[in-house]
Design a protein around this ligand. Structure first.
Ligand SMILES: N[C@@H](CC(=O)O)C(=O)NCC(=O)O
Length: 722
């Protein structure tokens, strides 16, 4: 029985007594959660506009932009290992957070500077002249950000946990929930704000999309995060690093393996655990701690699969949203804004789960242990993907029938003065009225065709179609020069609409935001957003204006007749090449609800579990291991994206759902054999076995602390003497 005198009690708990409390919580955690809010605002705000920056500022193609984006996210979840090593073996969590936050803030500022196009826009045309400079600077910024955000990630949660005393386990759980709420409040606000900042126009010489502001605000938030953290400095419980623990762990494991191999003959008695083969050389306490960590790390093996599904909400699900309608009546939701449903749901679900669902389950006498929660979380994520597959099946029903890689599709547009009988060899006959088009695309399984028009004389012309492509045969006022124009063969990106104009007027025309268009020519596609759009057509002094209301994801060809100015643009004909999206984005809400419920059960619980099951000196290491499961999950997404997809998107969703169900079954079996531990208790037991009684241990600690203090005092005296 530990029986400490008041004086001793004072000394052993002196660090904790110093932390002021409010409503049973250490005040210091206020600074930690505010710091986390600002940091996550900074991270998610920057991430929200990153792909668009790659795509439209650096002018990378979709594939490169997506790959670099996922590689960056994976790096952000790999660097926690580095942060944990620095914290646990060298600087301690407090200093690690400060130093790496400085690196992080420098990275954000570098990133913001790299987006100022005026720096290299010597010819003032609105585009940077030296892309290498911008790419190099932004890559440097991203590496620093990944190092910073990843490095501090395992430290901040564990540092927050360190602020609590042993009897505050209930408050500790609430802290992790509040911590998660702050992450999502930061993420929600920034995901809403930074795209709006990006859409502003700014610049010194020319006005461009305001990336410097969109990246600059997250940089400011990171500086604020650092200042807030430093402000709480006097109140924190700061645990000292315990030497190069990772190195000791590696050496100890290496020795155990070597020793086991040396004694592989059956004549040697078996040992309870393979790590016991390190007994000859290493401290029993270290071996016991390594066993605890390995047990948890082993349990982590199936976890990346959850993140593989979870992180697709930023990629596949957003792409799915681009094929849906975001018209909610009172407001219009853009496809990438659909992602904000996740943090919104987190903010509502975490309190509901904590205050209502989990206590209710407990009241019913059910043992809903952390590992059971995580298994159920995985099943929810799998259900989310089943829901996504069902939505996809509905979308597929409304999608155009795009050509396969061996087919070609053709549509005919007639801007000739009379109705035409169009024969496409060998046996396609189309009757197309003046300023009209064929009803739909005709599919061919060969590329070479001959087109005949029933004009007088008959006009015949041979064409070669694009394999796997969609084209329109434009018949102008002079049909002898009929020509092919390539069409879009997938839904326009970001839910935009692809539009183009065929000029049936007798002279050049100028159309708002488009280059001048010659008679009989067809413009290239321009992407326009949903909503009402106005266009002004001009030729010399003549002009007229016409308006169209667009939905999401459609494609149109507008045919301009020769009478366009005399009837005030009334006679412009609209040919619908691709129908607007008709499946509503609200149908994605169930899948978001399911994945977010899964996240609350899996991720919030996993965070607490990783903290509670780690020995004191390896808490950051285990947090880093937990975050690494996320990195591996992202790498799996990268590999799957690179290897190509199943022919049907809904089938891919079902495949992922089935994989996660299989993995969750394996995880539940592993969890069944896992026994929850109290690391402090095990450590005390090992010490006891080593012959160190608790009282002696306390005594030893006190003596060491006293010695420490004496040394400090001595140094102080020496310093004052000097
Ligand atoms: N729900 C996510 C945030 C988001 O995707 O907007 C989350 O909580 N992630 C955990 C983190 O630490 O960022």
């Amino acid at each position: 029985m530990i029986n400490l005198t008041d004086e001793k009690m004072d000394k052993t708990t002196k660090k904790k007594k110093k932390t002021a409390e409010c409503c049973g919580y250490p005040i210091s955690i206020f600074f930690i959660v505010v710091n986390e809010f600002c940091e996550r605002f900074s991270y998610y705000g920057m991430r929200a506009v990153l792909v668009l920056y790659f795509r439209y500022f650096l002018l990378w193609d979709d594939d490169l932009a997506t790959s670099i984006y996922h590689a960056f996210v994976a790096l952000c979840y790999l660097t926690p290992i580095l942060g944990a090593i620095i914290a646990d073996s060298w600087l301690g969590k407090f200093k690690t957070i400060i130093y790496l936050s400085i690196v992080y803030a420098i990275g954000q500022v570098t990133m913001a500077i790299s987006t100022i196009h005026d720096i290299t826009d010597a010819n003032r045309d609105g585009t940077p002249d030296n892309f290498t400079f911008h790419i190099a600077l932004s890559m440097l910024g991203l590496i620093l950000i990944a190092l910073g955000t990843g490095g501090i990630k395992p430290c901040v949660a564990a540092f927050g946990g360190d602020q609590f005393q042993e009897h505050q386990s209930r408050q500790l759980n609430t802290f992790f929930s509040v911590f998660y709420l702050c992450i999502n409040a930061g993420s929600l606000l920034s995901t809403l704000i930074t795209p709006v900042l990006r859409a502003q126009e700014c610049g010194i010489h020319t006005q461009q999309q305001c990336y410097p502001l969109a990246f600059g605000v997250p940089a400011v938030l990171m500086v604020i995060s650092l200042v807030v953290f430093i402000a709480g400095s006097g109140m924190y419980v700061k645990t000292d690093p315990e030497g190069n623990i990772m190195w000791s762990v590696c050496k100890c494991i290496g020795f155990a393996i070597k020793n086991r191999f040396r004694h592989r003959s059956s004549s040697y008695p078996k040992r309870e655990h393979w790590m016991d083969w390190a007994n000859e050389k290493y401290d029993k306490l270290l071996i016991a701690q390594i066993k605890m960590v390995l047990k948890v790390l082993f349990l982590y093996i199936p976890l990346p699969m959850f993140w593989t599904l979870f992180d697709q909400k930023g990629s596949r699900w957003t792409l799915q949203a681009t094929t849906m309608s975001g018209d909610f009546g009172a407001f219009i939701l853009q496809p990438d804004q659909m992602q904000t449903v996740n943090p919104i749901l987190i903010l509502t679900l975490v309190p509901i789960m904590d205050r209502l669902i989990f206590p209710l389950i407990q009241k019913c006498g059910l043992n809903f242990s952390p590992l059971k929660r995580m298994t159920v979380g995985m099943l929810f994520a799998a259900m989310a993907f089943v829901s996504a597959a069902l939505v996809q099946i509905e979308i597929d029903k409304t999608l155009p029938n795009f050509p396969s890689s061996s087919e070609s599709q053709l549509k005919v547009v007639n801007t000739y003065s009379t109705t035409l009988n169009v024969t496409i060899s060998p046996n396609e006959h189309l009757l197309i009225e003046s300023f009209g088009s064929s009803a739909d695309y005709v599919t061919f399984d060969h590329q070479d065709i001959t087109v005949s028009l029933n004009t007088n004389p008959v006009i015949t012309k041979a064409f070669s179609l694009i394999k796997g492509g969609r084209q329109t045969l434009i018949i102008p006022s002079d049909p002898t020069v009929m020509y092919l124009k390539e069409d879009v063969k997938s839904k326009p990106r970001e839910g935009k609409n692809a539009i183009r104009f065929v000029n049936g007027y007798t002279a050049d025309l100028n159309i708002t935001n488009l280059d001048s268009i010659e008679p009989s020519a067809t413009t290239n596609y321009t992407l326009v957003n949903q909503g009402k759009r106005d266009f002004v057509l001009r030729h010399g002094e003549q002009w007229c204006e016409f308006s169209r209301k667009f939905g999401f994801g459609a494609s149109y060809t507008f045919l301009i007749p020769s009478t366009v100015f005399s009837d005030d643009c009334e006679s412009i004909t609209e040919v619908e090449d691709m129908k607007p999206n008709s499946v509503h984005m609200a149908l994605q809400i169930p899948q978001y609800f399911l994945i977010t419920t899964g996240e609350v059960m899996f991720s919030v619980t996993g965070l607490q579990f990783s903290y509670s099951q780690a020995p004191k000196n390896m808490k950051s290491v285990l947090q880093a291991g937990w975050l690494c499961t996320n990195a591996v999950g992202n790498i799996i997404v990268l590999i799957v994206a690179e290897l190509g997809k199943l022919p049907k998107q809904w089938a891919e969703y079902l495949l992922f759902a089935s994989l996660l169900v299989a993995v969750s079954i394996i995880f539940s079996i592993m969890a069944y054999f896992y026994t929850y531990i109290d690391p402090a208790e095990i450590e005390a037991q090992v010490r006891k076995e080593q012959g160190l009684e608790p009282e002696e241990m306390e005594k030893e600690t006190l003596e060491m602390e006293e010695k420490d203090e004496d040394q400090k005092n001595e140094q102080g005296v020496k310093q004052t003497k000097i």
